[in-house]
Design a protein around this ligand. Structure first.
Ligand code: IPM
Ligand code: MG
Length: 365
């Protein structure tokens, strides 16, 4: 198969982690007989440095021309980097929001899994984490507060800022459908999270989710208020299968969910539209403080590459091979600094990439 992949190394640790994910993909291509071509795309600070803006029309066109996009991370130190002297709509993050919108990537899948090998890194007590957990946050990504009208005005000498939270029923329906579809491939439970005791947008959300649920009688649906959900994630994370929620709530809950796994450096994500196209990136940020030191954990990006093979190319066998190779490296005791534990062997970004690459195809021999 020919795979046309757009590649956005981005900022901070982005380039080094993407390099390792590409090495793993290259090995997959060799072992399984595929041909991968990359188009390099600038986004975020890397684009500002060259073009003065975080995303150009050419970059959007390049991404559109690809079958899928693999991304590292974008952004810098908000207190130190000159990128943050620019107006808000010219900063690195603005480019990320623009590409999500331009490619209609409305469905953001963020799995939070407690790996048994890393259970000790979980900050939850053992009686809370019990046998581990495996939840997936299905976050709406192109609507809500992030994309509603916003402005800052001065009235009678007093500054006032306005952000608007708006959702149409179509926007809610299409993400709800994605949520129920993915629940069918998992443990068939959807927890729809909102703030329906206060917000109109949440009351519409709840109503449309109920409508969609009628087409999925085999999937259990429950509603949960977002503040309660934030609490339940640290009280009993194993109760969740798919958490379906709007953009801002999903942003916050997904950071929380990834933290309780104790290994944010391990968590992948996929942003999908209505086609097979997707943008795949680690759930963590660009960690500018450790960039270039060869200590970043490349696993989240490598697992994002696995999600890409699975969702955009239907190459499940190849994706399984990557997931197994990651597991094998962990079982051998290899750890990057962020997940290091007693009795394990500490390694850097490059070497972790090499070890995982080595394990690809191992089970075929
Ligand atoms: C994320 C990030 C982004 C978001 C930022 C960088 C704009 O926090 O992907 O979760 O808020 O969506
Ligand atoms: Mg976030």
């Amino acid at each position: 198969m020919k795979l046309k992949i757009g590649c956005i190394p981005g900022d901070g640790i982005g380039p080094e982690i993407v390099k390792q994910a590409k090495a793993v993909l290259e090995k997959v291509a060799q072992v399984y007989g595929h041909e991968i071509s990359y188009r390099h795309i600038l986004l975020g600070g890397a684009s500002i440095d060259v073009h003065g803006i975080p995303l150009t029309d050419e970059a959007i066109a390049e991404a559109r021309a690809a079958d899928a996009v693999l991304m590292g991370s974008i952004g810098g130190d908000t207190t130190k980097s000159p990128w943050y002297q620019l107006p808000p709509d010219r900063r690195p993050e603005a480019g990320l929001l623009q590409i999500r919108k331009a490619l209609n990537l409305f469905a953001n899948l963020r799995p939070a899994v407690l790996y048994p090998e890393l259970a000790d890194a979980c900050p939850l007590r053992s009686e809370i984490r019990r046998d581990g957990f495996d939840l997936l946050i299905m976050r709406e990504l192109t609507g809500g507060l992030y994309f509603g009208e916003r402005k800052t005005v001065t009235e009678n000498g007093v500054r006032r800022a306005v952000d608007t939270l708006t959702y149409s029923e179509e926007e809610i329906r299409r993400i709800a459908v994605k949520g129920f579809e993915i629940a069918r491939k998992r443990r068939r439970k959807v927890t729809s999270v909102d703030k329906a005791n206060v917000l109109d947008s949440s009351r519409l959300w709840r109503c449309v989710v109920e409508e969609v649920a009628k087409d999925y009688p085999d999937v259990a649906l429950e509603h949960m208020l977002v503040d309660n959900c934030a609490m339940q994630i640290v009280r009993d994370p194993a109760q969740f299968d798919v958490i379906l929620t709007e953009n801002m709530f999903g942003d916050i809950l997904s950071d929380e969910a990834s933290m309780v796994t104790g290994s944010i450096g391990m968590l992948a994500s996929a942003s999908l539209n209505d086609t097979k196209f997707g943008l795949y990136e680690p759930s963590h940020g660009s960690a500018p403080d450790i960039a270039g030191k060869d200590i970043a954990n490349p696993i989240a990006t490598i697992l994002s590459a696995s999600m890409m093979l699975r969702y955009s190319f239907d190459l499940d066998q190849e994706a399984d091979a990557i997931d197994r190779a990651v597991k094998a490296a962990l079982e051998e005791g290899w750890r990057t600094a962020d997940i290091m534990a007693d009795g394990c062997r500490q390694t850097g970004c490059e070497q972790m990439g090499r070890i995982i690459t080595k394990h690809i195809g191992g089970s075929m021999k």
